[in-house]
Design a binder for this molecule. Structure first.
Ligand code: FPP
Length: 259
């Protein structure tokens, strides 16, 4: 069997739950919207940092399927901020070779927001230095369900529907699975982000609030990632523990046959 790969020093694909904008603002006695605005600035810095480090894919959770539950004022503020942020930063992102891709259910998003997102996607289609995927009105469970629906509609027979076949219908079928999954803001949960794709991701949770995130914080996450031994269900390159259970144990003791 091939040796398990050790973690590469730099991940190919980083996914981020950008949490903590509200608390960042509250600490400064400012409205939550200011925290989200600072969150956009942190995202712009992070895209640059990702690009500088040769990371090809960055995926961010900009708006979850559950975020509609927030007060109407905050939801509409986030929508307006998205439009303003895209018009402010798109030219630079384009010239920096960033390709923007959108994943999520855009059917129930306002036409204005949908058009802004799709325009950013279209205008950057020829770029390839960094693929920035913006998950918008996205949920990991939604993604799995939409993939199943598409597979059924495509006429894939149940007997042929395996993991590889379903993967082809997942929203991020153009990208490798995330190697490093970062969540800022101190919470230790996935919140329905990239459930399917993160099966073998390395997780990094930090108390850093999203607006404070930058290249230095990214490097801390990468340093942690670089120390991990990724086994993908195998026993690891060292083979430690194979054939030994406890000290001097053997599998034979468990087979009932003895040595
Ligand atoms: C979580 O912080 C963050 C969000 C729900 C939105 C993240 C959005 C951005 C960084 C801006 C870019 C995206 C758009 C849509 C303009 P929180 O509000 O849950 O923070 P808290 O946990 O401290 O309250």
């Amino acid at each position: 069997m091939a040796k398990s790969p050790a973690a590469d020093t730099v991940p190919r694909h980083v996914a981020i739950v950008m949490d903590g904008n509200g608390r960042w603002a509250r600490k400064r006695f400012m409205p939550r919207g200011i925290g989200h605005k600072a969150g956009v600035d942190a995202l712009v810095k992070t895209v640059q940092a990702v690009s500088d480090r040769g990371i090809g894919y960055l995926t961010v959770f900009a708006f979850s399927s559950e975020n509609w539950k927030r007060p109407e004022e905050e939801v509409s503020g986030l929508m307006s901020l998205l439009i303003v942020a895209l018009s402010k930063h798109l030219t630079k992102l384009k010239s920096d070779g960033v390709r923007i891709r959108i994943v999520g259910d855009l059917a129930n998003v306002s036409e204005k927001v949908r058009n802004a997102l799709l325009q950013a996607q279209d205008e950057t289609v020829h770029n390839s230095r960094v693929v920035l995927t913006v998950a918008f009105n996205y949920g990991g469970r939604w993604d799995i369900v939409q993939a199943c629906r598409q597979a059924i509609e495509a006429g894939v027979p149940a007997s042929e529907l395996d993991e590889a076949a379903l993967s082809r219908f997942m929203a991020m079928n153009y990208a490798p699975d995330p190697d490093l999954f970062i969540r800022t803001g101190g919470e230790v949960r996935l919140s329905n982000f990239l459930l399917w794709q993160s099966a073998y991701a390395e997780f990094y949770f930090t108390d850093c609030l999203w607006p404070d995130f930058d290249g230095v914080e990214l490097d801390k996450a990468i340093a942690s990632y670089a120390q991990r031994e990724r086994r993908f269900g195998d026993v690891g390159a060292s083979g430690e523990g194979v054939g030994a259970i406890g000290s001097g144990g053997s599998w034979d003791e468990f087979s009932g046959e003895g040595a």
